[in-house]
Design a binder for this molecule. Structure first.
Ligand SMILES: *Cc1c(COP(=O)(O)O)cnc(C)c1O
Length: 384
């Protein structure tokens, strides 16, 4: 089965009871048993639920994996992966990590004596220099947020395999439409399904997909034992979202390109960070690793003025000023005052989050309208 067919049919078949084409929302906590233990595979909905099960099979199918697991949020999925570890274990992670992941690592798991090394993964030496006998997990995010750096998954997976370390990839920004980490050597692929997989900004959810049965069993155990599952209605919504993932992503990529090209020729713009531009420092890896370049991009202005950047995002009309990404509607954010506001100016500037950096999640509206909106906001927002 090819990708576009998998998004619609992957792991799914008409419901056994009445032939419903969409998996029904099994809004139930428990299941009748004919005799103690005499059930049809479902006992209690923290452990198993038919709607969630259909979604988990869909996750596995689109990521070319054997086993899928759904969680109540992206962070709950990451939390489950970290619970594979024990005190004394060490993790090597991307340095410009999603803020919530960084918080989970440093403010929750460090308390349990797990040690994290945050390194620039564009250079393999940076990874190898911190690996030791305690290193059990490498955590990769690519493209990164909000600088859209690209990390060579295959290269990192060679290092991980050499040292017998698990490799997990947060595939939220790219989605399996653009890159399939398991095929590139990762052991675990993770999603905030809140973003592109759900795709309609109406549900918070997380996903994991793996190929190894032992690893899957360990993660299923954690999912059930810790209990950070998602409900059947949310499962239904994400299943519905995934059915249009391929056509939404196609448009996200087209619009991302149109907006990136417009911004890169605008006289007020300093730099556009979109991996599909040849000027992007990781363009070669992006081109080899991804099938297209997505709808996430960031840019800075020549004046690099904090207040002007805020005025600019306030003046946007078609783009909504909001956190999050990956929905059908276009969103804009100002990391320095929003997602990265808690990071000291010097530290955030080191990773590229300067005062004028604006991040766009380019939606699937008409590109002409998006460009018009940026044009008017840029002309109003900035001192002429
Ligand atoms: C949103 C996001 C997360 C966290 O997911 P939630 O669903 O918000 O818990 C993790 N990684 C990336 C890249 C994200 O964008």
């Amino acid at each position: 089965m090819k990708f576009n067919t998998k998004t619609i049919h992957g792991g799914q078949s008409p419901d056994k009871a009445y032939g419903a084409v969409m998996p029904p929302i099994y809004q139930t906590t428990t299941y009748a048993q004919t005799t103690p233990g005499g059930h049809q595979g479902y006992e209690y909905s923290r452990s198993h639920n038919p709607t969630r099960h259909a979604l988990e099979k869909s996750f596995a199918s689109i990521e070319n994996g054997q086993f899928g697991l759904a969680f109540g949020s992206g962070l709950a999925a990451i939390d489950a992966v970290l619970k594979l570890l024990k005190p004394g274990d060490e993790v090597v992670s991307t340095n410009d990590l999603y803020g919530g992941t960084y918080r989970l690592f440093t403010q929750i798991f460090e308390k349990f004596q797990i040690k994290f090394h945050f390194v620039g993964m564009d250079n393999a030496h940076n990874i190898e220099s911190v690996i030791n006998a305690n290193t059990k997990l490498i955590w990769v995010e690519t493209p990164t947020n909000p600088m859209l750096n690209i990390i060579d998954i295959k290269r990192v997976s060679h290092i991980a395999k050499q040292h017998h370390i698990l490799l997990a990839v947060d595939n939220t920004f790219a989605t399996p439409y653009l890159q399939r980490p398991l095929d590139l050597g990762a052991d675990i692929v993770m999603h905030s399904a809140t973003k592109y997989l759900g795709g309609h900004s109406d549900v918070v959810m997380g996903a994991l997909v793996v190929n190894d049965k032992t690893l899957a069993d360990q993660l299923y155990f954690i999912q059930n034992a810790s209990g950070a599952i998602c409900g059947p209605h949310d499962s239904f919504l994400v299943l519905r979202g995934i059915k249009t993932l391929h056509i939404r992503m196609q448009r996200h990529c087209e619009n991302g390109r149109a907006v990136a090209l417009f911004l890169s020729t605008h006289p007020k713009i300093e730099t556009v960070y979109w991996p599909g531009l040849e000027s992007h420092p990781n363009y070669a890896i992006a081109k080899a690793q991804m099938d297209d370049f997505g709808g996430m991009l960031s840019f800075t202005t020549k004046d690099n003025n904090y207040q002007e950047a805020i005025k600019m995002v306030e003046n946007l009309k078609t783009f909504t000023l909001a956190e999050s990404l990956g929905g059908v509607e276009s969103l804009a954010g100002h990391p320095a005052s929003m997602t990265h506001a808690s990071i000291p100016k010097e530290a955030r500037e080191k990773i590229g989050v300067v005062d004028s950096l604006i991040r766009l999640s380019v939606g699937i509206e008409d590109a002409e309208d998006l460009i018009e909106d940026l044009k008017q906001a840029l002309s109003k927002g900035f001192v002429q």
